[in-house]
Write a protein that binds this ligand. Structure first.
Ligand SMILES: [Zn+2]
Length: 409
């Protein structure tokens, strides 16, 4: 039996060289890759007859799937649980909202719990089945500043510890993509250098770093800032802090939680203007933006009653905001789909550029699989209908949402 091919049509909805073109991607279901790129809806000889299924059409939008660098959980589960079930449920859940690849993010936990989560995560790396691909682990801690713990459990924060770091690196065997640490902690900079040597992208966050200290972090190799403006010094005109470094230093990509709760719209606009895509949509050389949309989503998203928590701490969900009992924001219940609409509606970013901040920018940072409108690209794609509703999500060509007719039954 010849392998099955599907045709996906729509206007290309991300700010790269093909932005706005109506095209049809012929996807080979066996390889999970784009086999042919046809203009328009594709002639019947090319697409109609050879393809088993057609999706989308003239009014649809087709774009790369979203890559979430910072996500803790969903549906009552947290990656830090370190269970097979947690990984499967969270990856399947986020795929429904357009996430095709993610970094399983482990908050500061006991060394034993972190090692267990690393062990399970390592086995999930690169698997393409149902749900978002786990492209790596993001260790958010434990080398964080206690006074900027936010919702991180203070009892699990540690001073920079080279021996513990070696243990984590060895257990992960190359599976750590990102690590968040506070660069101003004594002994942090040698850890940054060690992590960079090991191929890990180091992010500054949960930190009281001054501008100078953040610059020292950049010199040591830091390339990302964790949830810009949250759990760091605010921007002060005499002490710009880590926030000031994030805004002005092009070496750094900035993560941001665009849910309207973590960062006010005008500040999001400042971030967008300084870190967003600066070339015109459709330009031949678009480069990569420096603003990466993340969810920082916790188990609270669609959690069963009483199941909202971050790690082992229970949290409350009110009006879409997730908080500790004392009111501290504790991650989010955001999805990548809503992060894109947040940036596109709260700032001057176009929808196409916002989708780029959710796909091309984060994928480039950690070299993650990225869907594309070119032959050989992975078929990790989102398809929106004419009304802007997410109609289907493809990971390696495999549809992640049940057909609407099926759901109605
Ligand atoms: Zn955090």
């Amino acid at each position: 039996m010849s392998s099955s091919r599907w045709a996906l049509s729509g206007r290309w909805g991300v700010d790269d060289a093909r932005c706005g073109e109506l095209l049809t991607l012929v996807v080979d279901r066996a390889s999970g890759r784009v086999e042919e790129v046809l203009s328009g809806l594709g002639s019947s000889a090319n697409a109609g007859d050879l393809c088993e299924q057609r999706h989308g059409g003239e009014t649809s939008i087709l774009a790369p799937g979203y890559v979430d660098l910072h996500v803790h959980g969903a549906a009552g589960f947290d990656f830090a649980d370190g269970s097979d079930e947690a990984f499967s449920v969270i990856c399947r859940h986020h795929a429904r909202f357009g996430t095709t690849a993610l970094c399983a993010t482990i908050l500061a936990s006991s060394p034993e719990a972190t090692l267990r989560a690393i062990e399970v995560g390592r086995q999930k790396l690169g698997l393409v089945g149902r749900g978002a691909r786990v492209v790596g682990l993001h260790l958010e801690g434990p080398f964080l500043a206690p006074e900027r713990a936010g919702a991180q459990p203070p009892e699990h924060l540690r001073a920079p510890d080279p021996l513990l770091l070696e243990e984590l690196l060895a257990a992960a065997a190359g599976g750590i993509s990102l690590m968040t640490l506070a660069p101003e902690l004594p002994g942090a900079l040698p850890l940054v250098e060690r992590l960079v040597d090991a191929g890990v992208v180091v992010s500054m966050g949960h930190s009281s770093a001054t501008y100078e200290q953040a610059c020292a972090g950049i010199a040591a190799g830091c390339r990302l800032g964790t949830h810009a403006f949250n759990a760091m010094r605010g921007l002060h005109h005499r002490e710009p802090g880590l926030a000031g470094a994030l805004l002005t230093r092009d070496e750094l990509v900035a993560e941001v939680i665009a849910d309207g709760q973590h960062v006010a719209a005008p500040v999001l606009e400042i971030l967008w203007r300084l870190k967003g895509q600066r070339s015109e949509p459709g330009a031949a050389d678009v480069g990569h933006g420096k603003l990466a949309l993340i969810t920082d989503c916790t188990a609270a998203l669609d959690a069963p009653a009483g199941g909202a928590r971050l790690g082992n701490t229970s949290v409350q969900v009110n009006d879409g905001a997730v908080r500790l009992p004392d009111g501290t924001l504790a991650g989010s219940a955001l999805t990548m789909e809503r992060a894109v609409s947040g940036l596109a509606t709260m700032t001057s970013a176009s929808w196409e550029a916002a989708r780029g901040a959710a796909s091309r920018t984060p994928a480039a940072l950690i070299d993650a699989p990225l869907g594309g409108a070119e032959v050989g690209a992975v078929a990790d794609l989102v398809l929106y209908d004419g009304e802007g509703a997410l109609e289907q999500v493809f990971i390696g060509g495999a549809p992640q949402l049940a057909a609407r007719e099926e759901e109605k039954r």
